[in-house]
Design a protein around this ligand. Structure first.
Ligand code: 13P
Length: 287
């Protein structure tokens, strides 16, 4: 069932668990993540970066693929198709292409411009039935060429953005996209608590879900995080399983070079990893 992310995140917030947002890059990943969600009876968010949208052939390709997959694979759990770290134009394109949720990443512009553009996009998203995620304070690391400084969000700025009627908020709390460096100091829970205090019961989003220790994930959920993004870990487990298949020479046995066989181990690895995350985030059985 393709839905906006608003209701599922309100429910997650009330129920003290988080919904996983996993990035997709192709049909194999999409099928793996949707199958995992169905097996766990868990709501799920499919994240699509602008780069991944382009790679897959465009937003309409993505939207139609996901709709078809949900129907043909009998996926009955709530699924949101979400633009991850969208530009202003990217958000408008996804609204038109049939996505059910968009993130406007205003972390690299001034707070004034962020407010102005978020206001327009909230309206455009809501009249078309989509949810909107906004961002305050950039998230460290690099994602699809977008480099964040890893700063922490200012709770006052978070309140200004939250008051525009957005549905959920990504606030930098020392989280980083990609692998965490050895000298990483961990999530800044005092900032998270201050952001939540300033924004009332706004569902908060934790980006950079790969490599955060489990106890920190659990603590973040108790402090108001209702959506956790995972991308790099999907890439890592997919690559490792594919490498193992090739290193074992399986691609050279019989019809092992058939892409349906070659890509199966990676697909299974993503499915199992997503199921583990759903356990950790507490969303199993919450569909
Ligand atoms: P990771 O790549 O660190 O898992 O972060 C994913 C993310 O935040 C997508 O927006």
């Amino acid at each position: 069932m393709l839905v906006s992310a608003t209701e599922m995140l309100k429910k997650a917030k009330d129920g003290h668990y988080a919904v996983g947002a996993f990035n997709i890059n192709d049909l194999e990943w999409t099928k793996a993540i949707l199958t995992a969600a169905q097996e766990c009876n868990s709501p799920v968010i499919l994240g699509v970066s602008e780069g991944a949208g382009k790679y897959m052939g465009g937003y309409k390709v993505v939207s139609n693929m996901v709709k078809g997959m949900i129907e043909d694979q009998n996926i009955t759990v709530p699924v949101a198709l979400h633009l991850d770290h969208g530009s202003y134009d990217g958000c408008l394109k996804c609204i038109r292409a049939g996505f059910t949720s968009v993130m406007f990443d205003g972390s690299k512009i001034t707070i004034e411009e962020n407010i102005e553009k978020t206001k327009i996009l909230v309206n455009a998203a809501h009249i078309n039935g989509l949810s909107l995620e906004a961002e305050v304070g950039s998230i460290g690391g690099e994602e699809d060429g977008v480099i964040g400084r890893g700063e922490c969000a200012d709770p006052e700025q978070c309140k200004m953005i939250a008051d525009l009627g957005i549905d959920f908020l990504a606030a930098g709390i020392g989280n980083i996209h990609g692998k965490y460096p050895a000298n990483w100091t961990g999530l800044q829970f005092d900032v998270l608590a201050d952001v939540q205090k300033a924004t009332g019961d706004m569902p908060l989003v934790l980006h950079g879900g790969t490599g955060i220790p489990e106890d920190q994930i659990k603590k973040a959920i108790t402090l108001g995080v209702a959506k956790i993004n995972v991308n790099t870990e999907c890439q890592l487990v997919f690559a490792a399983a594919t490498r193992k298949y090739i290193e074992e020479g399986k691609d050279l046995e019989g019809k092992g070079f058939d892409p349906r066989k070659l890509l199966a181990p990676g697909q299974n690895a993503i499915r199992e990893m997503v199921k583990e995350k759903m356990q950790l985030f507490g969303s199993v059985g919450k569909a």
